[in-house]
Design a binder for this molecule. Structure first.
Ligand code: GLP
Length: 253
């Protein structure tokens, strides 16, 4: 166990190999609880889940899901909200019961949102958690900092993240400055983690995860080293951008 590295040819290959981890689980566990994620990398994964569903390889009837995060201030109808993203990119295309899907609310009283989120995480142990990573090493919205948090929290997004995520908004000033996020403890509670990263922009963060033994709050993704069942899926471009990896044995398939 520990950390297993898979290298795919391109973005679509990363999506396919990452989706396969979820598909293989759903084939044996019909009522699995999935930890789901948003962002460009997740966008490469979901079409492969939808395809497998359409081919009747998997069924979402008894599946439940918990998402990682949501922008503060965005309601579910807002096209930039993560609830909207999930409906559009996955839930509307498979037979999951939306009542069984949880995305933290972006609107309402902060204390209550965090309390609901923490309770959900406790009540629904995830069989697998899908993760992306920010160029600065953030996972969900756990930003590099002096300290990180175990429980769900309301985060001030850092400039790098606002910039990186502005591509989904009309302009940078439209990106919310705060978000609700699952904490590091919540993420690490998932039985298995599959993290996908595409492109050389993620090299600095993934180098910290893959090529040394350090764990640092300055690069939250390094905390995955504390988990004993992590699958990392990256594309060839990202692999090539981390020369130190070449010396390590990669599980090329
Ligand atoms: C956002 C999300 C993260 C995601 C990250 C990477 O900040 N909160 O959960 O991992 O983006 O996104 P992308 O896959 O678009 O690079």
């Amino acid at each position: 166990m520990g950390l297993k590295l898979i290298i795919a040819k391109d973005a679509n290959g990363v999506g396919k190999k990452t989706a396969l981890e979820i598909i293989n689980l759903l084939k044996v566990k019909k009522d699995a609880v999935l930890g789901l994620a948003t962002g460009g990398t997740a966008e490469a994964v979901y079409p492969h889940l939808i395809k497998a569903y359409e081919k009747k390889e998997i069924d979402f009837k008894n599946v439940k899901s918990v998402n990682l995060d949501e922008y503060k201030g965005l309601d579910p109808k807002n096209e930039q909200s993560y609830r909207y993203f999930m409906n559009k990119n996955l839930f509307d295309h498979v037979n999951i019961d939306k009542k069984n899907t949880f995305v933290p609310s972006g609107i309402g009283e902060k204390e209550k949102i965090l309390d609901d989120f923490n309770k959900k995480i406790e009540k629904l142990p995830r069989d697998i958690q899908l993760l992306g990573v920010g160029p600065n090493g953030h996972i969900a919205f756990n930003e590099p900092d002096e300290v990180l948090h175990a429980n769900a929290l309301c985060v001030k997004l850092n400039e790098k993240t606002i910039k990186a995520n502005s591509r989904f908004f009309a302009s940078e000033k439209d990106v919310p400055r705060e978000a609700f996020s699952m904490g590091m403890g919540g993420i690490l509670k998932a039985k298995k983690i599959v993290i996908a990263a595409i492109g050389k922009g993620k090299a600095a963060a993934m180098k910290e995860l893959l090529t040394n033994d350090k764990i640092t709050t300055k690069c939250p993704v390094t905390f995955l080293k504390l988990h004993n069942d992590v699958v990392v899926v990256i594309d060839q471009e990202l692999y090539d951008a981390i020369p130190e990896l070449k010396e390590k044995k990669a599980n090329k398939k």
